[in-house]
Design a protein around this ligand. Structure first.
Ligand code: SF4
Length: 398
């Protein structure tokens, strides 16, 4: 049996990073690799490049493994290995990516690492679903207790809310996760910008979606707009419309039910680094992620391009960017008098402002929504088990 219920619950409060900055002693790394290609779905407004070259997967995974080795050598913790960007259950090369020795080595050697992937598992073809789990459940290839997180895009909000056949299809697969695989499966919905704008999700629908997710599907709704998947000239407009959407739908009545990791200043901030490996024009590239609603990356910003650097050089680059960010946010009219300066700098948000060319009047985040969460609630009930153990240990030795 295998459902990550404690983690799932904890994710509502942003996971281990919910600790105060001063208590964060573990340094987490996320590596995301753009290795999957092809998708049989046609989600409204999807900006994901579905036509990557499957031949690139070996090179991309080789670079991902080099990075993961660097994480280990530095004594840091690989928390998440994200395999994307297309649907795990209908990409043309999922099995090949899973059978790749570098994929298996990363997930075998980093025993705390979970694999995360975008997955419309509820609509997966049964034969493909079985074939994928046959590889995942092969203990020669993957650890028996490995955690896998499926992130399911809500393509049709009304279907997710009101279609009973669809509800049954989802829950049938969830039952499989619980009873028919030894893997620890975690799953969540995600609302993406293409869906909320294309389907014009109202506040009433949004409230219904988070209630249905929590009360009936038994999971959370993550807010991952995927705005950097859009062409560069569209990214700023997309970010601003996403921020406007959040301002419209989140209020005091529902903010505690919404999963708003970006609003928790401690989440993915001081002790975190996210990297994306993607295919560039001259081969694999590695980019530092910006924590901006999600793991965003801006290939147009040369400062976050860390291709060819060793892991320790990447850490040095990150530190340089953080220092510059602290200086910029400390003088910026929108942020200098807020409690967000350090968190935004550590999340490398200044690099997004540069890449998107925002003016001094244009906020990068919905400040009214941030105000609902800060100061946010504190207390041990917000921490997940890792964080609690850490806190208990510290208290014990104090
Ligand atoms: S959003 Fe994901 S699942 Fe939907 S069409 Fe795009 S790649 Fe496929």
């Amino acid at each position: 049996m295998a459902m990550q219920e404690s983690y799932c619950k904890a994710m509502r409060y942003s996971g281990p990073e919910s600790l105060q900055l001063r208590d964060q002693t573990k340094f987490d790394v996320l590596i995301q690799v753009e290795a999957l290609t092809g998708c049989r779905h046609t989600c409204t407004g999807c900006f994901v490049d579905k036509h990557g070259d499957p031949a690139a997967e070996k090179e991309l995974l080789r670079v991902a493994r080099q990075l993961a080795d660097g994480v280990k050598a530095a004594g840091l913790n690989l928390r998440e290995f994200v395999v994307g960007p297309t649907d795990f259950f209908s990409a043309s090369n999922t099995i090949s990516v899973l059978n790749n020795p570098d994929t298996q080595a990363i997930l075998r050697e980093h025993t705390n690492a979970r694999m995360a992937t975008p997955a419309k598992f509820e609509l997966a073809d049964q034969e493909q679903f079985d074939a994928i789990f046959a590889v995942l459940d092969n203990e020669v290839k993957f650890r028996k207790d490995m955690i896998i997180e499926f992130i399911a895009p809500i393509e049709l909000p009304d279907t997710m809310l009101y279609n009973e056949e669809y509800f049954d299809a989802v829950m049938q697969r969830v039952a499989y996760f619980k009873h028919s695989t030894p893997k620890n499966i975690d799953w969540s919905w995600t609302l993406q910008q293409s869906s909320i704008l294309g389907r014009k999700v109202s506040k009433k629908s949004y409230d219904a979606i988070i209630d249905k997710a929590l009360n009936e599907y038994g999971t959370i709704v993550e807010m991952n707009p995927a705005f950097t998947r859009a062409p560069v000239h569209k990214q700023k407009e997309n970010l601003q419309s996403w921020n406007q959407f959040l301002s419209n739908v989140i209020d005091e009545g529902n903010c505690n039910k919404a999963t708003m990791s970006m609003a928790n200043l401690n989440c993915n901030s001081m002790n975190f680094i996210g990297l994306t490996v993607l295919m560039g024009t001259d081969g694999p590239e590695v980019h530092l992620n910006v924590m901006l609603h999600e793991q965003a990356f801006f290939p147009q910003n040369s400062r976050t391009n860390v291709t060819g650097l060793s892991f320790s050089q990447i850490m040095d680059r990150r530190n340089e960017l953080i220092l510059d960010g602290i200086q910029q946010f400390s003088e910026h009219p929108l942020y200098k008098d807020t409690p967000y300066v350090i968190a935004l700098a550590n999340r490398l948000v200044w690099e997004a402002i540069r890449a998107l060319d925002l003016t001094e009047e244009e906020a990068i985040l919905p400040m009214d929504v941030l105000a609902l969460y800060n100061p946010y609630e504190e207390g041990s009930h917000l921490w997940n088990e890792d964080a609690l153990k850490q806190a208990t240990f510290k208290a014990g030795v104090a």
